[in-house]
Design a binder for this molecule. Structure first.
Ligand code: THU
Length: 294
């Protein structure tokens, strides 16, 4: 899912990342293969109550508002109406526009505290709720409400943020994203997929996979894909990288050297099957040659 973010209220990059992942899973759960676009505005209470007043005649604040661009037949949802989605296709974005979602960040935080669960969980839930509306679900009649709840729970379970979850740690999120990134690996020659997720000190996360080449030497490892994506987007500080593989995927020498250039103190977490191990880059590249060596 493409998301046109309008971040009027600052939210942790980790939360944004998991919300994007939730949006992808929402489309997959609904069985939509086409690329879709949503506009998501993260705002304050005043902004959302203004929108509520203007478009719904309700002059009060709320947690989430959604405005679908598609009018689905009564009782039907997006999955069985791809022809209607296709009419929303826009050449410029390369996606079918599903509609707009507004989320009040202060409201989201208050609810997370009231329910006693992580902000991450509440933010993902509100986005999923909004996307379900954009996909034609509603909760006016009891039977519709039940169907919408079922879909929401299905999507939530796929992003591993259940109602009882303790706040997720950065490490858990990185491990999950590294495993996801592994699925994008282009490794027809080695059949050894690798995924990486790199956490920047400014809160952003960049993922990467290994990308092989018929002239073998041009292969790029997952760690370097993630690092090069990050550096080319202006990131310079990094504190953790998670790497996922089929067997224990400690980074190769070239990747250790590239990590050392930007983050000699970085924590490196590897995962394979259901194992997780961690080392510091100093242990993996003792006496490394870096910018301070010259
Ligand atoms: N690979 C990585 O992506 N990261 C490493 O640090 C080690 C190796 C990839 C490169 C190649 O596509 C495959 O694993 C087998 O070497």
């Amino acid at each position: 899912m493409k998301i046109d973010w309008e971040n009027l209220y600052p939210v942790d990059g980790l939360i944004l990342d998991r919300m994007s992942f939730a949006a992808d899973r929402a489309l997959a759960c609904e069985g939509i293969a086409m690329d879709c676009l949503i506009h998501v505005c993260l705002c304050d209470d005043e902004t959302i109550s203004g929108i509520n007043r203007e478009y719904r005649g309700i002059p009060s604040s709320t947690d989430v508002l959604s405005f679908p661009s598609v009018d689905y037949p009564v009782g039907q949802t997006a999955g069985s109406n791809e022809h209607l989605l296709r009419m929303e296709y826009d050449d410029q974005t390369g996606a079918c526009f599903l509609g707009d979602i507004f989320i009040s960040v202060p409201h989201m935080r208050k609810q997370a505290a009231e329910y006693g669960h992580a902000e991450l969980r509440e933010a993902c839930y509100l986005l999923i709720h909004g996307i379900c509306h954009l996909m034609g679900y509603d909760h006016i009649k009891p039977e519709d409400k039940e169907r919408m709840r079922e879909m929401e729970e299905k999507i939530l379970s796929e992003i591993s943020v259940s109602r009882d979850d303790q706040p997720d740690s950065v490490d858990d999120t990185l491990l999950m994203l590294a495993r996801e990134a592994m699925k994008n690996s282009y490794s027809p020659y080695s059949s050894y997929p690798v995924g990486a997720a790199l956490h920047c000190t400014d809160g952003r996360i960049f993922t990467g996979c290994n990308i092989e080449n018929a002239s073998f030497g041009l292969t790029n490892c997952a760690e370097r894909t993630a690092m090069f994506k990050a550096v080319s987007e202006g990131a310079r500080g990094f504190d953790v990288i998670a790497i996922a593989g089929k067997t224990k995927p400690w980074p190769c020498g070239a990747c250790r050297q590239v990590l050392n250039e930007f983050a000699p103190d970085i924590r490196v977490i590897v995962t394979w099957e259901d194992h997780v191990e961690e080392k510091n880059l100093h242990e993996l590249l003792p006496e490394g040659f870096g910018p301070d060596s010259m």
